[in-house]
Ligand binder design. Structure first.
Ligand SMILES: Cc1ncc(COP(=O)(O)O)c(C=O)c1O
Length: 407
């Protein structure tokens, strides 16, 4: 087992608390607290706040580090409060025509549904496609079968493309079943058909590098795998796609917006072409002070090192569970998915015959042992990151073994 690429000492986690739910909320590294505190201290004495350094250079640095985390270019990054707000920017800004359609896999997180449903009044429809036989969502989500290891999920999406489909919108890594979709394959096929691929990347950002070559947009809040406080994330847009969008910025989104020698009321200016075009005013600078630290923590070993480590942890846990009667089948299914590069950082164990109450009880038993996991729509989610280590695997395996064959 490799040494964790993120030193556990970077975080404020004591040995009792084993947090395997950054898929809900990532822990922030201690350095974030210092970064935000230093920023706030400046705000105590406003004469300490330097326009150039704090209001312009800080966000610029965050765009740069965010770009590095997804192997992209800084000029294609816009700072946005959340994944949701980024997707709303795209949905509201795209030049729709009545009759256009948005296609999504069944069972997306609501952040990637409502921005598109809101377009109904403009004549744009939203259609969902199941990714495998037996997949259920909504009120029937708990009746769903889990993703089969040999499923061709992309083929189902591509087969569902219609003549009116303008956009495919999907999660790179899905929040409940943990499935990772192949962005390269989807993006290439969408591009060939003149369809935009828009990605909700929050469950993958920080623990893997997305393949963006044929993607139009990639959005992520900062508070999960990116390990930042809630309230600031980013949106990456492909330049040609971005130029199609109605700018949602104002004074900092136009040429020379900060040249105070020129009258601010001189509104005869061109929109900038880079990601600032989509940023509404001064970004959340306190959030920037935090997000900068989190991103630098990730960049120190590099996201690829984190991805490799997470994969090893997953492999070891699944190996340990192959002799555990209650979870053996799921361990085999997930191992197959892992080998086919079908998983992000979440191992989502399907509940099988277990009831919601039984799953809740399982979580409580885990918490009593100091293990903090989560359940969504019938899946027990164990999410690893760069600071987890071999000893954590043994604790989780012991907990799940103790839960026996409960069904
Ligand atoms: C796939 C996915 N997208 C979006 C969100 C919400 O992100 P935000 O609050 O940044 O809009 C979540 C949160 O669980 C999620 O799992």
């Amino acid at each position: 087992m490799s040494v964790p690429p993120l030193n556990p000492g970077l975080f404020h986690l004591d040995p009792f608390h084993l947090w395997v739910m950054h898929c809900s909320e990532g822990p922030v590294p201690r350095s974030v607290v210092k970064g935000v505190r230093d920023w706030l201290h400046k705000e105590l004495w406003p004469w300490e706040v330097q326009w150039q350094e704090d209001a312009l250079a800080l966000p610029a640095e965050v765009r740069q580090t965010a770009a590095a985390v997804i192997h992209a270019q800084p000029e294609d990054i816009s700072l946005t409060p959340t994944t949701s707000s980024a997707l709303v920017t795209l949905a509201q800004g795209y030049p729709w025509r009545a009759g256009d359609e948005v296609l999504a896999p069944l069972g997306e997180f609501p952040s990637n549904v409502y921005p598109w449903k809101a377009l109904e009044a403009r004549g744009v429809s939203f259609r969902e496609v199941p990714l495998w036989e037996g997949q259920r969502a909504g009120a029937r989500a708990w009746e769903s079968s889990p993703p089969p290891s040999d499923g061709d999920f992309e083929a189902r999406i591509l087969k569902a493309l219609g003549l009116r489909t303008r956009m495919v919108v999907l999660s790179w890594v899905r929040f409940q079943d943990g499935l990772k979709l192949n962005l390269a394959r989807l993006g290439e096929a969408c591009t060939e058909r003149g369809v935009h691929l828009v990605v909700d990347g929050i469950q993958g950002a920080g623990t893997a590098i997305p393949e963006l070559q044929h993607v139009s947009a990639f959005a992520s809040g900062g508070h999960k795998g990116l390990l930042a406080p809630q309230g600031l994330g980013f949106l990456w847009t492909q330049p040609a796609f971005r130029s199609l969008l109605t700018p949602t910025g104002t004074w900092l989104s136009v040429e020379g917006g900060t040249e105070f020698a020129r009258a601010s009321t001189d509104h005869d200016r061109a929109w900038v072409e880079d990601g600032r075009r989509l940023e509404p005013g001064v970004p959340n600078l306190m959030g920037c002070a935090g997000l900068r630290e989190s991103l630098n923590v990730l960049l120190s070993p590099g996201v690829n090192a984190i991805a490799g480590h997470v994969r090893q942890l997953q492999d070891h846990l699944l190996g340990a569970l192959r002799t555990c009667p209650g979870w053996r089948e799921e361990a085999y299914r997930l191992r197959d998915l892992l080998e086919r590069d079908r998983l992000g950082s979440i191992l989502s164990f399907h509940c099988g015959e277990r009831s919601p109450e039984t799953m809740q009880e399982l979580l409580t038993q885990g918490m009593n042992r100091g293990i903090f996991a989560s359940v969504r729509e019938g899946y027990l989610r164990i999410a690893f990151h760069g600071w987890h280590e071999e000893g954590d695997i043994s604790r989780i395996a012991e907990w799940l073994r103790a839960s026996g064959t409960a069904s």
